[in-house]
Write a protein that binds this ligand. Structure first.
Ligand SMILES: [Fe+2]
Length: 288
C-alpha cells in the first residue's frame, strides 16, 4: 500500500522529474518507481513508445525521454526540462551515472552536493585530504534566472577526477537550477580552461526517500566513458551512508534549525530560496 505523503507544492507537481535511467527499462516487464509519493509504472511498447501510468488511478502521466533518462510530470508542465548546453558538445562523454536510491529527502541530497566541507572527511584521498580542510570564502547569489549560483569556489583535491595525476586546487562553480536539480562545473585536469559538468537530477520518491540520477558531461580527452562512470559511482557510494545518517531525514528550512557556519553560505541561501518558492515537500517548513 502506498502510505507516502502526497505533494501539494505546485512548483514541483508542474515540473519535470527524472524517474528512470533508460538503460534500466525492458519491454519484458514494467518498471516500477515512485514520484512525489505517487507510485508509477513505466511500460515500454516496442522500441520507442513508452507509457507512464499512475498505479492509483490508472491514468497516463506526461513523459519524455531526454539525456538518457525518462522524465515525468504529474501536473501541467510550466516549463521545459532543464537544458544542459554542454550535452550538445561533441567532444564530451555523456554518461548517466547510475541511479542511486538514498533513504533521505532529496533536498538533503542537493545540499550535500553543494557542501565542499565534507570532501576531506568523506572523500578522503579523492576530493579532499587533511590538513586541507578549510573552505575558502566564495561568492553566492540568486541570478536573474532565479537560479542559485556559487562561484569562486576553490578546493585542494588529491584526485579530483579519473584523469588527475596529482593533487591540485580545483575551481568549482555550483548552480542550483530547480529545487531538486543541481549542477557542478569543475576545471578539467587536462584542458584547464574548460569545465567538466555534473548535473544531479534528484528524483523526489517521497519526502524521505530519493533517487540521485547523476548526468556527467566530461571532456573525452584522456578518459573512457567507463572510467567516468566508475569514478562517479565510487564518490556516490561514499556519500550514501553519510546522507542516510542525517537526522532528521527531511531538510529543516527554519533558519535557526541547524547553526550555520561561514562555509555553509550556499546551504543557507538554498534553504532561503526554497522557502521563497514555498517548497515544503521533503522539508520541515520554517515556523511562522
Ligand atoms: Fe560527497
Amino acid at each position: 500500500m502506498n502510505t507516502a505523503t502526497l505533494c501539494n507544492d505546485r512548483v514541483l507537481l508542474n515540473d519535470w522529474h527524472v524517474i528512470a535511467d533508460q538503460v534500466n527499462l525492458s519491454s519484458d516487464k514494467p518498471f516500477s518507481t515512485r514520484l512525489l509519493g505517487v507510485d508509477l509504472s513505466i511500460h515500454c511498447r516496442g522500441r520507442y513508445k513508452r507509457e507512464v501510468i499512475r498505479d492509483d488511478t490508472g491514468e497516463e502521466v506526461k513523459s519524455i525521454n531526454r539525456y538518457g533518462f525518462v522524465w515525468a510530470c504529474l501536473g501541467k508542465p510550466w516549463r521545459d526540462i532543464v537544458f544542459v548546453p554542454e550535452a550538445e558538445e561533441g567532444d564530451r562523454h555523456l554518461v548517466t551515472g547510475g541511479s542511486i536510491a538514498v533513504r533521505v529527502s532529496g533536498l538533503r541530497a542537493v545540499e550535500n552536493f553543494l557542501d565542499m566541507g565534507h570532501f576531506p572527511f568523506v572523500h578522503t584521498g579523492w576530493l579532499g585530504d587533511e590538513p586541507h580542510t578549510e573552505v575558502a570564502p566564495y561568492k553566492v547569489e540568486i541570478t536573474d534566472a532565479d537560479e542559485l549560483l556559487a562561484t569562486e569556489c576553490q578546493f585542494y583535491q588529491p584526485m579530483a577526477s579519473p584523469t588527475a595525476s596529482d593533487g591540485f586546487v580545483v575551481d568549482y562553480v555550483y548552480k542550483v537550477i530547480r529545487p531538486y536539480t543541481v549542477a557542478l562545473y569543475k576545471s578539467n585536469p587536462i584542458q584547464k580552461h574548460r569545465l567538466d559538468v555534473i548535473t544531479l537530477f534528484v528524483q523526489p520518491v517521497d519526502e524521505e526517500n530519493c533517487v540521485a540520477h547523476p548526468f556527467l558531461c566530461y571532456l573525452k580527452d584522456g578518459i573512457e566513458e567507463a572510467g567516468v562512470r566508475s569514478f562517479m559511482q565510487l564518490i556516490f557510494a561514499q556519500d550514501k551512508p553519510i546522507l542516510e545518517n542525517q537526522v532528521p531525514r527531511r531538510l529543516p528550512l527554519d533558519p535557526r534549525a541547524e547553526t550555520p557556519i561561514r562555509a555553509d553560505a550556499v546551504a543557507v541561501l538554498y534553504r532561503r530560496w526554497l522557502r521563497d518558492k514555498s517548497v515544503t515537500y521533503g522539508a520541515i517548513p520554517a515556523r511562522m
